[in-house]
Ligand binder design. Structure first.
Ligand code: ZN
Length: 306
């Protein structure tokens, strides 16, 4: 032991003498590499992202799984979060459903580029959501009643309506006609898809014309408006239902409030463009909370089918 210390002492003295100051104290200093140094800062925090969701209305933080089990409705204030199209269909159909036209994709007819190419936006959305555009058309049973449902997906480029959404909804209408089933469309959209220009605007007329034929065929169409339903979707199929029903607190309108204020040069009233305001002013037939939506739709279908 003493011999070892002696050797180390000697080596240290020699090192000092050689001016190799970098090595000094190397034996006495512990190679201290704390967790803080070893772990990059972004990994130091416990990973909770995605596990908890904060309510936009009351700021209550809810465990994501609990929120999902509560149909994405805040357990404290009943705020209705946006719901994905797949979860929406799971909620409305009794078990399995058959999807139609799932493979339809946009051809980017204008080769549009804004801050990034439209083609890249589509690719990104397809990868993220594992669907090809912003709507799912499906048929199945709702509380034992056969029905065709189109559910829009806000996550896919803001639920915007381009050629694919317009065509899929139109085909949904035609499917309802061919099979003599009622139609439900759950809207959740920022409006027409700007990247498809006039082609997206043409969808308004196409879907509306198809819905007129559904009406002639005496088949009911129920429109469910969820947060948000705006622009070209409000200006076409979302407001054309035999029944237009909305979820509580949903933003529903054509242009945004700022544009309207600037155009008419008037201050808009409180709650303007929310479901409750629209119901009061006769634009909607009912506001139905998400938990009651399925049973409400079932009894409405009974009423309309007879
Ligand atoms: Zn809340």
């Amino acid at each position: 032991m003493t011999a070892l210390l002696e050797r180390r002492w000697l080596a240290w003295v020699q090192a000092m003498a050689a001016g190799r100051k970098d090595r000094k104290m190397a034996w006495f200093k512990r190679e201290k590499k704390s967790i803080d140094q070893a772990t990059p800062p972004e990994e130091r925090r416990v990973r909770t992202e995605g596990l908890w969701t904060k309510c936009e209305n009351c700021r209550t933080i809810t465990f994501r799984k609990d929120l999902e089990a509560n149909l994405f409705v805040c357990p404290k204030c009943q705020f209705h979060f946006k719901m994905g199209s797949k979860q929406r269909l799971e909620m409305l159909f009794d078990g399995r459903w058959t999807e139609h036209d799932a493979g339809m994709t946009s051809t980017d007819p204008l080769k549009f580029v804004d801050t990034k190419p439209y083609a890249a936006r589509i690719k990104e959305a397809r990868k993220k959501l594992r669907m090809n555009d912003a709507v799912i058309t499906a048929e199945g049973q709702l509380n034992g009643r056969p029905v065709v449902i189109c559910a829009m997906e806000f996550g896919f480029i803001g639920g915007s309506m381009g050629a694919v959404v317009g065509e899929k909804v139109t085909r949904g209408v035609e499917l309802a006609m061919d099979t003599r089933q009622p139609l439900i469309v759950v809207s959740c959209s920022g409006g027409a898809r700007m990247m498809e220009g006039t082609i997206s605007l043409m969808q308004l007329a196409k879907v509306s014309a198809a819905l007129a034929r559904l009406d002639e065929a005496k088949l009911p169409y129920i429109s469910v408006l969820t947060d948000p339903t705006t622009g070209g979707v409000t200006a076409s199929f979302a407001m054309l239902g035999d029944l237009n029903i909305a979820e509580p607190g949903a933003l529903i309108g054509f242009a945004g409030p700022r544009v309207i204020e600037q155009t008419i040069r008037q201050k808009l009233p409180e709650g303007f463009q929310r479901s409750e305001f629209l119901l009061e002013h006769g634009f909607l037939d009912a506001i139905v909370s998400r938990k009651e939506l399925k049973s409400f739709l079932a009894s409405s279908l009974d009423l309309l089918m007879n």
